[in-house]
Design a protein around this ligand. Sequence first.
Ligand SMILES: Nc1ncnc2c1ncn2[C@@H]1O[C@H](COP(=O)(O)OP(=O)(O)OP(=O)(O)O)[C@@H](O)[C@H]1O
Length: 272
Amino acid sequence: MATLHDQKDEPIIEIRGLRNSFGEQVVHENLDLTVCRGEILGVVGGSGAGKSVLLRSIIGLQHPDRGEVEVLGENMIDREEDEAHNVRRRWGVLFQNGALFSTLTVAENVQVPIREYFPHIKPPLLDEIASYKIAMSGLDPEVGAKYPSELSGGMRKRASLARALALDPELLFLDEPTAGLDPIGAAAFDEQIKELRDKLGFTVFLITHDLDTLHAICDRVAVIADKKVIAVGTIEELLELDHPWIQEYFNGPRGRSVKKGHDMAVTTGGGR
Ligand SMILES: Nc1ncnc2c1ncn2[C@@H]1O[C@H](COP(=O)(O)OP(=O)(O)OP(=O)(O)O)[C@@H](O)[C@H]1O
């Protein structure tokens, strides 16, 4: 039987030698990355470093020039559509803009993936599952009947989270989930993700620019620069490297103030 430690080391995403380009522009060259079961992996890098393109390569929305991408033990490159369809069922994605259908209520949005994969589920059960996912995402039950345009930015993120959780994913992809949220809303959202991960045991691939999020919930952080993942580790491990981007990012004025805030939170026993 696998021990907890073994499970933690079990690769859920394995990327080897990835190359992506758009015309003359090479975005990734020889990029390697392993994401392990149960971890929250933060992915950081400058604007345009290729974080979203990496996410799209993993979930099959971007066909790489070269390389291997294995997700949940399945090779994702050049798969037959029906096989890819089956793997997609095992993950949930929260896209940067939320990507909710504006003509559907929140509950109907949450039901979309369930209807796609389980067309025989009857409406009463669909409603029940949607209500459950909406509650899990920290929204009040009445939000299910609202349309995305009637929600605040934070509520829209949570509604998108409810939809990403619809099929009980083993793997959750989050693209800048706290972008545009106020600090209190962002901290609450981070906490929700961590609580759900602790309770449900899924793995999280989280693209973010938010230093607070990295400090608060990420087990490890992968840094993308120079077209590849230049380092993966805890923030403490990354800080030992003398790469200029890493030092500037974590030790620049914003990085220092986040760290100071966390040290204070630890000494006063509060904080996120
Ligand atoms: N469909 C596309 N066609 C052409 N170029 C693209 C396409 N998608 C992404 N790119 C380019 O690839 C590079 C990486 O884009 P990507 O969106 O992955 O960056 P990012 O690291 O997510 O940036 P940000 O933090 O600003 O969101 C950018 O230079 C972008 O212009």
